[in-house]
Design a protein around this ligand. Structure first.
Ligand SMILES: [Zn+2]
Length: 194
């Protein structure tokens, strides 16, 4: 059976019993931070708990690997909106050990597309149009490299403000331990975290 009926049943009860009341907040991040991190299931609750982040504290942008693959894609747009529209004053990129995007087997992934019914000709057509599968699907050699790639791409983005620090971290997916790769306080005048 699909999980959706169970989700809907729970949801109805959640709303009826007003369980949402302890989560009420607004769209502006209270701690004035935006976090680009991985969609990994192990981080869903662990990351906020390990950093003492509550509902309303931070804008979360998630994808596979916390990677910015292109400067004008949706992840970068989300970061820009978080900063310019929603008051984020610092950006944290948080990768993690044991990430599925480490040494992702792009060839193997393409084979899975085909096993699941994708026409190899369609893949060839995309390749011919310049959509290289190895580039589109690429991960990174280690999480540190992935995080630093994203940090650098945000920092040098032509639309990103120079006075907003961009920090890089790697989290342990079991203990929640956070390793600092780069703590980016370039500007002395920055206001501290709320
Ligand atoms: Zn990951």
């Amino acid at each position: 059976m699909s999980i959706v009926p169970r989700l809907l049943e729970f949801n109805k009860k959640f709303v009826e019993e007003k369980q949402y009341e302890s989560y009420l907040t607004d769209k502006f991040p209270d701690k004035k931070i935006a976090i680009l991190t991985c969609m990994d299931t192990r981080l869903v609750e662990l990351l906020p708990k390990a950093l003492n982040l509550k509902n309303g504290d931070a804008k979360f942008i998630k994808n596979a690997g916390a990677i910015l693959t292109q400067p004008f894609g949706s992840a970068m747009r989300s970061i820009l909106v978080a900063v310019y529209e929603l008051g984020a004053r610092e950006v944290l990129v948080i990768g993690h050990h044991g990430c599925g995007m480490t040494n992702l087997d792009t060839g193997g992934l393409v084979n899975k597309f085909i096993e699941h019914g994708v026409d190899p000709l369609a893949i060839q057509t995309l390749e011919n149009a310049g959509i290289r599968m190895d580039k589109f699907l690429r991960g990174f050699e280690n999480p540190e490299e992935g995080v630093m790639h994203s940090v650098k791409m945000i920092r040098k983005h032509p639309l990103f403000p120079h006075d907003i620090p961009v920090h890089g971290f790697v989290m342990h997916p079991e203990t929640g331990n956070l390793e600092v790769l780069v703590e980016d306080y370039r500007e002395e005048a920055l206001s501290p975290l709320a």
